[in-house]
Design a protein around this ligand. Structure first.
Ligand SMILES: [Zn+2]
Length: 408
């Protein structure tokens, strides 16, 4: 006899997404809910009450991360579903919160059907994923994974001068370090894609196999400032012309490396930035991302191979930072894929070009991420949109994956 497929309640999911969006909703139907702000505390209170209503136990750790746990028949490591409730300024109704609501809807569905899971099911909210109020982003998952130093993070200040520690204490969500998650049967994070690929290919589910590696460089070109009217062209040391040649060369070389490589020169300062003065200094960034670290290293070789002198200007290159590709757990990824197959949803493997808590969590828990399409690829803005139907399918994949982990 075939068991009936367990599915989440789509109408309730939709109402829950809108209920959470009421905390910090903007007049353009976006959300502003900076980490540990008044609206963040209110949405935390609401999340906690929703979980407690289901009979879940809610704890917080010393970074303010929340853990809502539905008890299992066995007391083994939990199946964890999580993401973040904070947003950027004028962000959307889906980024982060969808992954937390997914966990809540999974718990509600289990309770609806009178299912006591074999293992505990824990729904997590990570503090300050966005880094929009306190830098860096993914602060709390970074501390849990050992990537960031907790004492240093506590002293990070928002633009008003409030430290993270002060905001955490004021929020009432400062808990015990002993509540930190250290083991799990699986960590699952459902997230909007924040890019255009799934929509373009008319697919519903992104099976995220990794968060891509990247390297970010700063290039400083130094020339000489002279009068724009009186200095003959052949006597100039124009730092911007030299920078333009470097950018053209980088575009040509990086463009030949691999079709999956993305590269951006997103910041440029031109000095002195006066229209009657020849630029004497240009500082700009080059960052590149690819899942294959060999290609990232080829990018670095190209950048490091730039000439040290060009058009009478000196060129200095320095690496700002980089990260290696983080691969998700192949077994858990396999269960996610099988869940999408079982449910009959269209799907593809996809790499995450953006950072997520899961990339740090993957360092100590078997983790996987699931993407659902972003309309027009937009996120971190009020227009951010994922259809309720796609949200529902994403949460069904989470539920099905949780059930398969629970089956063991
Ligand atoms: Zn997010």
């Amino acid at each position: 006899m075939q068991m009936q497929q367990l599915l989440v309640n789509g109408e309730r999911l939709r109402n829950t997404i809108e209920a959470f969006a009421d905390f910090g909703r903007t007049d353009q139907n976006g959300v502003t809910r900076l980490s540990l702000s008044e609206q963040d505390v209110l949405v935390r209170n609401y999340f906690r009450s929703c979980c407690e209503e289901l009979g879940m136990t809610v704890k917080t750790d010393d970074m303010g991360n929340m853990y809502a746990t539905l008890a299992g028949r066995e007391s083994g490591p939990p199946v964890v579903i999580g993401s973040h409730l904070d947003t950027v300024k004028k962000g959307g109704r889906f980024d982060g919160v969808l992954g937390v609501i997914a966990g809540l809807e999974v718990a509600r569905t289990l309770v609806d059907h009178g299912i006591t899971p074999r293992l505990p099911v824990t729904v997590m909210n990570f503090t300050n994923e966005e880094g929009a109020r306190f830098e860096p982003s993914m602060m709390a998952s970074g501390v849990l994974s050992g990537k960031f130093d907790k004492a240093a993070m506590l002293q990070k200040k928002d633009p008003e001068g409030t430290t993270f520690e002060q905001a955490l204490l004021a929020s009432g969500y400062a808990g015990e370090a002993e509540n930190r998650i250290t083991e799990a049967a699986a960590y699952l994070e459902l997230h909007i894609e924040q890019g255009p690929v799934l929509e373009r290919e008319q697919l519903t589910i992104g099976l995220v196999d990794c968060v891509v590696g990247m390297a970010c460089y700063e290039i400083e070109v130094t020339g000489e400032s002279d009068h724009a009217g009186t200095t003959p062209m052949e006597m100039r040391k124009d730092a911007l012309f030299a920078a333009a040649d470097i950018i053209t060369e980088l575009r040509a070389k990086l463009g030949k490396l691999d079709s999956g490589l993305v590269y951006t020169m997103g910041r440029m300062n031109v000095l002195p930035n006066i229209h009657t003065v020849i630029p004497n200094k240009v500082i700009f960034t080059v960052e590149a991302r690819h899942k294959d670290m060999d290609i990232v290293r080829e990018v670095e070789a190209i950048i490091n191979g730039l000439p040290e002198e060009l058009l009478e200007c000196t060129v200095h290159t320095s690496k700002l930072w980089g990260r290696d590709t983080v691969w998700f757990d192949p077994h858990i990824c396999g269960l996610v894929e099988q869940a999408a197959v079982t449910l009959g949803y269209s799907r593809r493997t996809i790499a995450s070009g953006a950072g997520h808590d899961a990339q740090f969590v993957a360092g100590f828990l078997p983790s996987a991420m699931i993407f659902v399409p972003s309309v027009n690829g937009k996120s971190h803005c009020e227009e951010e949109l994922t259809s309720y139907a796609d949200c529902e399918k994403g949460v069904n994949v989470v539920l099905e994956t949780v059930l398969s982990v629970l089956r063991g």
